[in-house]
Design a protein around this ligand. Structure first.
Ligand code: SF4
Length: 278
């Protein structure tokens, strides 16, 4: 299916130069090259500038409330494990209000593919510092410079047991497309932290263009090596940081389900206990 098959035809309402354009292009290309059909894909987005992507990506879509895109996606995947389920979420959506959902989905190895549009600022609400805003950056809520230490999302996700952790850059569309394809092919939870300039509220483009470099090969060969990559400070590696195999949440859940014939027999008899209180 051609890339244009995933285009709803609506004109994106993002600012000129916004990194969301690169992410949208990379997702469409990846889905086309994977040979997926619209009806085989569900995209769930959260609240933020990124959230509009489900208006422009022609697949089954759900625009969730703030911070809740991940649990919605987990429910979709459990209900129909045959679907490819994408989550589009922002740094505020994923790493602040929705953080516990994200980390627990990683721990469970839920088979969903999370693309974090990490512009390092709350952009939809007009430019406040967020969980990944670097120290010293001036925003509307930090006019004298951000005094808080930002999260290191890669470190956090590795520590949470994620089986696929990658970092991308929205200006490197071809590279990001390949990351998304690998994430979709991965069996289990996959997350890509996509560094994305927001020219309106925090234009990180010059800094990212200077510091970002592509990892060679297929990524770290051990968790220890991945942790070292996550801690790299002078330059910013993009690529697959870590990949491992583990049973998925959906597989474990299916095995744990009680067969219908045993459901009645398994129920405890509480009548004696209830009689004491009635
Ligand atoms: S405010 Fe920033 S993130 Fe939002 S659409 Fe504009 S450039 Fe993109």
């Amino acid at each position: 299916m051609a890339e244009r098959a995933f285009d709803t035809g609506r004109r994106p309402q993002w600012c000129p130069g916004c990194g969301n354009y690169g992410i949208l292009a990379a997702v469409r290309l990846a889905l086309a090259e994977l040979g997926l059909r619209r009806e085989e894909v569900v995209a769930v987005s959260g609240i933020g500038c990124h959230g509009r992507i489900t208006e422009y990506l022609d697949v089954n879509a759900f625009h969730a409330i703030h911070g809740r895109a991940v649990p919605v996606a987990e429910g979709v995947k459990l209900a129909n494990p045959g679907l490819t389920v994408l989550v589009h979420t922002g740094d505020g959506d994923a790493y602040s209000i929705g953080l516990s959902h994200l980390l627990h989905a990683a721990r469970r190895n839920a088979d969903i593919k999370v693309i974090v549009h990490d512009n390092m600022v709350y952009a939809l609400t007009a430019g406040q510092a967020g969980p990944t805003t670097p120290r010293g950056v001036r925003t509307r809520s930090t006019p004298a410079g951000n005094t808080e230490e930002p999260f290191n999302p890669i470190l956090l996700l590795l520590a949470s047991g994620a089986t696929f952790v990658a970092r991308g850059f929205s200006d490197d569309v071809q590279h990001l497309k390949e990351l998304i394809k690998r994430a979709v092919r991965h069996r289990g939870f996959a997350v890509i932290d996509v560094l994305q300039p927001c020219p309106t509220f925090y234009d990180s483009r010059p800094l990212l263009r200077e510091k970002v470099y592509r990892l060679s090969g297929r990524g770290a060969s051990s968790l220890r090596e991945a942790l070292e990559l996550a801690l790299e400070a002078d330059r910013i590696p993009i690529g697959v940081i870590y990949e491992a195999e583990r049973p998925t949440f959906e597989e474990s859940f299916a095995h744990a389900r009680v067969p219908p014939a045993l459901r009645g027999a398994a129920k405890p008899d509480l009548s004696g206990l209830l009689a004491r209180f009635l």
